[in-house]
Design a protein. Sequence first.
Length: 318
Amino acid sequence: MSEMKKATRDGFGEEIVKLGKKDNNIYVVDVDIGKSCKTGAFRKELPDQYLNVGIAEQNAAGVAAGLATCGKIPFVVAYAVFGSMRMCEMIRQEICYPKLNVKIACSHGGVTPANDGASHQSIEDMGVLRTIPNMTVMAPKNKWELSDMLKFAVAFPAPIAIRYPRGEAYDGLEEHRNPIVKGRSERIFRGRDIALVAVGSMVKTGVEICEKMKEEGREITLVNARFVKPLDEKILDVLAQEHSLIVTMEENVKCGGFGEAAADYLRRTHPQVKVLTVALPDRFIEHGNPEKLKALAQIDAESIYRRIKEETPDERTS
């Protein structure tokens, strides 16, 4: 029997304990979902650095803001859907307006495999958070990058949100672990004509598309966005010089999302480049098998591959 892989949230739970042991200024502010978001070990091993405010995300934001004014580094741990929208006003008024050193760990981001219904499918969170001034938004491609992003967040003296999925942690691309620099993405594969710029969990999908293209003799580029905000305009400038089609990919609705921001920049600065924005449709996502739901939403590898083929029917690399 094969060993069961750990979920991304397990990786978060393990890393936050390591960080908390190294720095007693690191606090976890829980909203009574320690079992789901894996903060139980932190509570057990570092009880003096742990606060559970109950099912009250707005209160968690206020408590975290207070801790930050006392020199602490609080991580509010919540489901992405509530860590963004239920907390939105408090993030804006109490955290970002005074630019306090608060971190928001947004678990269960995107199309979640949990059976919690459409209300818990976090499809707008990245778009909501990126609109708030002074907020930085990140999304890791795999379990190692989540660990690196948590370390980066601890050292980053301003509001930051890290959005990651609930399900099985992606363990590919371990060899791609460049240091994280604010607002800078990471090129995974270098190719021609077509460039994929993928956010978080969509990097894995991007790898699958690159493999399908390689089978027919087409080497394409894959970029791991890393940052939803700030937008890495420099990499977009480079890609626009080297490619005729840029495809953005995210597990978020198009409206207000990463792809919309990237497309706006490219159309203003590089109008000769085609832009294909792959995102969730403007509707609520029911609960069910996540792979089937992604296929229905046309953000799976096969659907995106077909859309790219439609955009580039006659193009071939040499």
